[in-house]
Design a protein around this ligand. Structure first.
Ligand code: ADP
Length: 274
């Protein structure tokens, strides 16, 4: 199921390009991104899962008319996965660019999602790209690639998941312009949930209020507050005709916890709302 929308929101001004994914700005983040891009500065986005970081970058890339190269980082991801490697093709070894190298050669925005998950050697290739050299040395091919003016590196991570072994070192963090993302204010989140799901805004307001109270449980019983993404799932199922309590169980209670007591507590909050 794809919940992303490439269509123009109903009440958007007519100047909005329909090919630009819908993103509702919360502060000056669009301006900051545009300036960072224009000044060739790398960007770091911090924030909980499902709060709009990826949508923001898709929106900005489309708005600037630049290709977007996205990599979801995981704990096996190495520098070679980003830069490229020699592969055997028809009996011959051939160099194949990785997504970072492609972005540096062709220009555009390279987005490394959850960068702290990647192996430590990744920072070695990021450092020369994130200072005024803006170069990518490819040891294996002997090339030194200079990033074009329209190349931009964007990384994100979720500070909530961080533990001592997985955080960005100050020497890496201090190479980026950084912005914190959080769940949007209630009125904005209500509009986002309504636009993405098609459920009327008045009905989305109750979901957003429920989310606010559940987010208050973060740290006590819940590792992470409920995401805007899950609220959209819930509203989408309700709009499709699922009974509210079933939709809420499947999109709020089950994804947030495996603990029977916590689930019961969440269900109580759901019943009190609807
Ligand atoms: P993240 O990358 O932070 O994990 P996403 O960007 O994937 O989260 O956001 C999850 C979903 O929430 C998006 O697909 C989009 O539907 C919605 N969303 C969140 N914030 C916004 C926003 N400000 N404007 C429009 N949609 C948003």
């Amino acid at each position: 199921m794809s919940l992303s929308t490439l269509t123009k929101p109903a009440d958007a001004p007519s100047t909005v390009d329909a090919s630009v994914p819908y993103y509702q700005s919360v502060g000056n983040e669009c301006e900051m991104f545009e300036q960072a891009f224009a000044q060739r500065l790398p960007l770091l986005l911090k924030g909980p899962t499902g709060c709009g970081k990826t949508r923001f970058i898709s929106h900005m890339a489309a708005k600037l008319g630049k290709p977007l190269h996205t990599v979801s980082c995981h704990d096996d991801l190495t520098a070679a996965d980003l830069t490229g490697r020699y592969l055997l093709k028809g009996g011959e070894t051939q160099w194949v660019d990785g997504p970072l190298t492609r972005a540096v050669r062709e220009g555009g925005i390279c987005y490394l999602d959850e960068v702290v998950e990647a192996r430590k050697d990744v920072t070695v290739v990021l450092h020369p790209l994130t200072d005024d050299r803006r170069v990518l040395p490819l040891e294996r091919t002997g090339e030194l690639l200079e990033a074009p003016d329209d190349f931009m590196l964007v990384v994100s991570y979720n500070p909530g998941y961080q533990h001592i072994l997985k955080s960005l070192k100050p020497s890496t963090r201090q190479r980026f312009v950084a912005m914190s993302f959080d769940f949007p204010p209630p009125a904005v989140e209500r509009d986002i949930v309504a636009k993405e799901s098609g459920l009327p805004a008045e009905r989305c307001a109750a979901l957003v209020n429920l989310a606010a109270s559940l987010r208050g449980m973060k740290g006590q019983d819940l590792e992470e507050g409920i995401s805007t993404r899950l609220l959209i799932y819930c509203a989408t199922l309700i709009q499709a005709g699922m009974p509210i309590l079933d939709a809420a169980r499947a999109t709020i209670v089950e994804p947030l916890s495996d603990d029977a007591d916590v689930q019961e507590g969440l269900m109580e909050a759901v019943r009190a709302t609807f």
